[in-house]
Design a protein around this ligand. Structure first.
Ligand code: ADP
Ligand code: MG
Length: 288
């Protein structure tokens, strides 16, 4: 009788869980693929008077944003926390659709580009790197499931994390997370970078992913990226001038608006926010 009671309570628990899972599976994603045909993506991204308001909070995260990054160019986005940098990255990956204005990819409205081709063409390193409780190798291979060991290693080298990995007993087979070791913030960011670059995508989006990396390693990674990203459209979000200075174009965001844009030299000559930030970070570096 006791075990009958036990089994019946287990069945009830399972029933409740299944109900919750079913509810989750039934949710229709708001973002739908509107194009059944294949889209070939070259990588020119254009924002035309884009505004975006988060529905749940009514926060106007972006206001009248316009810029173009051509195929193969690098754009840097700088600005304080909350200025809308990550929102731009989310809109390019089409996690949300714009509230006003339009975004085009190679001249085609983003909502009309095949969603799967769009997402497959993008390698993204999110602001909060997410790693699985799995081996380092599998975490990197998440970007390209059929990658060879050589490809995994090359990506890790370019992300300047290979030397850390080979320092672990089990090297690339080291398990991360709950069942394994905990990486430092900077190591996590670099594994996440390796995951994005192994995919060899047309568009690379780096969302403040060098924040926990020291300036020397940052410079080494940026150097490697310059080689890898030659034919790719690259967007680097950062709060450091050092990540931005070699970009073809730099945008400064403040409260959802573009307050300055141009090349490093142009912005230095303008003597505005960017120039002030440059001097401030230069003197900080000298003090180190
Ligand atoms: P940044 O990356 O420059 O720090 P974000 O794009 O993350 O800026 O945020 C811009 C504004 O939008 C902020 O005011 C932030 O609080 C708000 N915001 C960001 N993400 C969300 C979200 N998922 N839901 C509601 N509001 C958000
Ligand atoms: Mg952000």
């Amino acid at each position: 009788v006791a075990s009958l009671g036990w089994v019946s309570s287990m069945v009830q628990e399972a029933e409740a869980s299944q109900k919750r899972i079913n509810e989750f599976l039934k949710i229709e994603p708001e973002i739908q693929n509107m194009n059944p045909d294949k889209s070939v993506i070259e990588g020119t991204i254009s924002f035309e008077n884009v505004s975006y308001t988060y529905e749940d909070t009514n926060i106007k995260a972006l206001q009248n944003i316009s810029f173009t990054v051509h195929k193969g160019e690098t754009l840097a986005i700088l600005g304080k926390t909350g200025s809308g940098k990550s929102t731009i990255v989310s809109l390019i990956s089409r996690l949300y659709d714009v509230t006003e204005g339009r975004i085009t990819i190679d001249g085609n409205e983003i909502s009309k580009v095949n969603l799967y081709d769009l997402r497959n063409s993008i390698g993204i390193v999110p602001q909060d790197a997410f790693l699985f409780s799995d081996t380092i190798k599998n975490n990197i291979k998440f970007g390209k499931e059929n990658a060879t060991d050589e490809e995994v290693e090359a990506a890790a080298k370019n992300a300047e994390v290979h030397n850390n990995i080979i320092g672990f007993n089990k090297q690339y087979d080291t398990i991360l997370g709950e069942r394994g070791i905990t990486l430092s913030g900077g190591q996590k960011q670099r594994v996440s970078i390796a995951r994005a670059i192994i995919k060899n995508p047309k568009i690379l989006l780096f969302d403040d992913c060098l924040s926990a990396v020291d300036t020397e390693t940052e410079e080494a990674i940026l150097n490697n990226l310059q080689k890898i990203c030659k034919d790719k459209t690259t967007i680097i979000v950062s709060h450091r001038v050092s990540s931005a200075k070699n970009a073809d174009k730099i945008i400064i965001l403040d409260e959802g608006k573009i307050i300055e844009q141009g090349s490093h030299n142009q912005l230095i000559n303008q003597g505005g926010y960017y120039a002030a930030l440059y001097l401030k970070q230069l003197s900080e570096k000298e003090m180190q």
